[in-house]
Design a protein around this ligand. Structure first.
Ligand code: GLN
Length: 388
């Protein structure tokens, strides 16, 4: 038989999602794929129950139901100050995964280049391959995950660079880019005429005193920033697959076309139910931050007590654990053994780093207290059970 497409030979399935399957196989507490084990806000699930009776149950408009886009535009304006025309500037997608893929396909021609900070969320690698674009990686250097301005400029000014992907707050390292850093990136984007594609799914998951600055709100950046985002993390509804792109009309028009043929549209009843969430007042987001701060403190205090070395996130809900002391050469092997022997699921750090890093693994703490305490209890034996 003829070989299948070469583009699908160039990447593996998602290691993050594979680790969920491995965790399940060993009955491990799954701290690998980042999703909460608590419910979405009750107002939203109550509304979903109503919508089940009332509808809509048929297709919404391809780029998203009007009331959903209107609520989204208002929310975006409220938090970022950016004016968004709900009629033209929004494409509602099936998760930010589709948002990012549709954006990449709309921005890049095969052979063009995209600048990506490393470590990076693994989807960006597959997105570039499927688009035919070539990634150029710029390291965020542990332990502070700062980047070198010259290194960034050298990457951005290469011929053929079309865009930079900015995950802020960052998955997996928990970095929250400062205003100064963002202004520097913005200056380069303008100087070399490139787009900035943002992944802001953790915009509301921040630890004091860190604050989220929206790239699109910086001078001259609205026109060249394509925001990819989703409701998954903000409203604890990763399974609803509600994502979106916000971009200037001319760019959104292109993304709408790709989206139209990829998925037609996001789920109509789920959009209808989620509008309630998009209209929540500020107190919802304050409580969300307090809740995440509580989970973060509980988890990192526990890790400290066990005597592990790790990164403390400024935003998002991941911790990178340093496993150097265990002497494993391959972090994939470590993670499989961790799931089997200790009973905790984690993601090998090598799936996020372009550099040769295999001494870090990613665990997350978007879990109920009981789940986190049970995971910490299991991890208490890690030094005995993970000896090579
Ligand atoms: N963003 C989450 C993570 O990094 C999961 C996203 C997904 O699997 N779609 O684990």
């Amino acid at each position: 038989m003829k070989p299948l497409s070469t583009r699908t030979e160039q990447f593996t399935d998602s290691v993050i999602r594979r680790m969920t399957r491995i965790s399940d196989q060993y009955g491990a507490i799954n701290l690998s794929q980042g999703f909460p084990d608590f419910e979405p806000p009750k107002e939203i699930t109550d509304r979903l129950a109503q919508v089940a009776g009332e509808g809509p149950h048929q297709y919404a408009i391809t780029w998203g139901a009007a009331n959903f886009r209107e609520a989204l535009a208002e929310k975006q304006k409220h938090f970022s100050g950016v004016d968004v025309n709900p009629a033209t500037d929004i494409v509602v997608t099936c998760g930010s995964t589709e948002a990012m893929m549709a954006t990449m396909m709309s921005v890049c021609n095969p052979g063009e280049k995209v600048v990506i900070f490393s470590p990076f969320y693994e989807n960006y690698g597959a997105d570039t391959i499927l688009t035919g674009a070539i990634p150029i990686y710029v390291p965020l250097k542990p332990p502070t995950f700062e980047f070198d301005a010259d290194e960034l400029e050298n990457a951005v000014k290469q011929p053929g660079v079309k865009a930079l992907i900015l995950c802020n707050p960052s998955n997996p390292c928990g970095k929250v880019f400062t205003r100064e850093e963002l202004l520097l990136i913005a200056a380069l984007a303008k100087k070399y005429d490139i787009y900035v594609i943002t992944d802001e799914v953790y915009e509301h998951i921040l630890y004091k005193p860190h604050e989220h600055v929206y790239m699109a709100s910086l001078p001259g950046m609205r026109e060249r920033t394509i925001i990819c985002n989703s409701l998954s993390k903000t409203y604890s509804m990763t399974g609803w697959r509600l994502g979106y792109v916000i971009a200037p009309e001319e760019i959104a028009e292109r993304i709408k076309k790709v989206h139209d043929f990829l998925t037609v549209g996001a789920s109509a009843p789920l959009m209808e139910a989620a509008v309630v969430g998009l209209k929540f007042g500020d107190s919802y987001y304050e409580e969300l931050q307090n809740h995440y701060t509580h989970m973060r403190n509980l988890f990192i205090d526990g890790l400290k007590n066990i005597g592990l070395t790790f990164t403390e996130p400024q935003g998002a809900y991941y911790v990178l654990l340093d496993i150097s002391e265990f002497g494993f050469e391959d972090d994939n092997v470590f993670c499989e053994k961790l799931a089997e022997k200790v009973g905790v699921g984690a993601v090998p750090g090598s799936s996020f780093f372009r550099e040769n890093v295999n001494h870090l693994i990613r665990v997350h703490f978007a879990k109920k207290d009981d789940t986190l305490l049970a995971a910490l209890d299991r991890l208490a034996d890690i030094k005995v059970k993970m000896k090579v």
